[in-house]
Design a protein around this ligand. Sequence first.
Ligand code: GLY
Length: 310
Amino acid sequence: MIVIASENGRVGIVEAMRVLRCGGSALDAVEAGIRLVEDNAEDETVGVGGIPNLLGEVQLDASIMDGRRRTCGAVGSVRGYAHPISIARRVMEELPHVFLVGEGAERFAAEIGAERRHLLTEKTANTWRRRMLEAMTEEELEHLAEDPNLRRWVSVTMDPRLAGGTVNFIAQDAKGNIACGVSTSGWAWKYPGRLGDSPVIGAGNYADNRYGAAACTGLGEMTIRAGTARSVVLYMQMGLDVEEACIRAMKDLQELQPGGGVDIIALDHRGRPAAVSNEKVGGTYVVMSDEMDTYEERPRILVPPLIGGA
Ligand code: GLY
């Protein structure tokens, strides 16, 4: 049994392993670990306390995938609910669909009695207001919601360092089953309705018991373009080991312009982990196997972008 996560998964990985040790499934472990990150208001990239969109609204995205039969569920642009990962799981389990967004996702969340929560904290509300007032007047901010040309403010979002914080969890349970989950508040100050890769199966999340699983953080616009999580698993299917598969998928991104920061974690079907980053010198991820008392923080392999692009 093993759980791996992006570095901000520290707050949930011990609980995820406890779930596995108590006989829970890989899906249960992934959901339990991510719920704790979604509850962590200190993490401004996921769940409660996530950085809002241009209008100051927090819109959450999440997906979950079951490697047994490659079933999956995803939600996008969900407002007012604490745990999009659990809503995504219920989409997978209760609907013939994979992906719900916006009002439909919120309607479904209400139907299943998902926990409602005010997602904007005082801290993130103040940060949003300060950031907007660097670009616009008080009066423009007051009327922003009705602005017929909201896209003119999209330059406010153009800080790539704030593009793609997210949490990834991958678990393999005692039966050898693999599950993968991803949750995010997305790109800071995004245009309302913008979806990144986290809820897009194949881009930010993919799991297949036969080969392994992969998940991404960073600039979702990049991994959507390259189908990155699916690529990692496909490279493993083609015979590359988990580390080589991650490096190869990262190299596929090197030619994309404009580029941006991307991190990948992956686990193969034998329970071997790997992680890469294209920008974080000293970047890490967390790993906890059944034999460990607590998690280990391990380095990511750096696969930098080509200088000046392709
Ligand atoms: N990777 C998260 C996002 O782009 O929204």
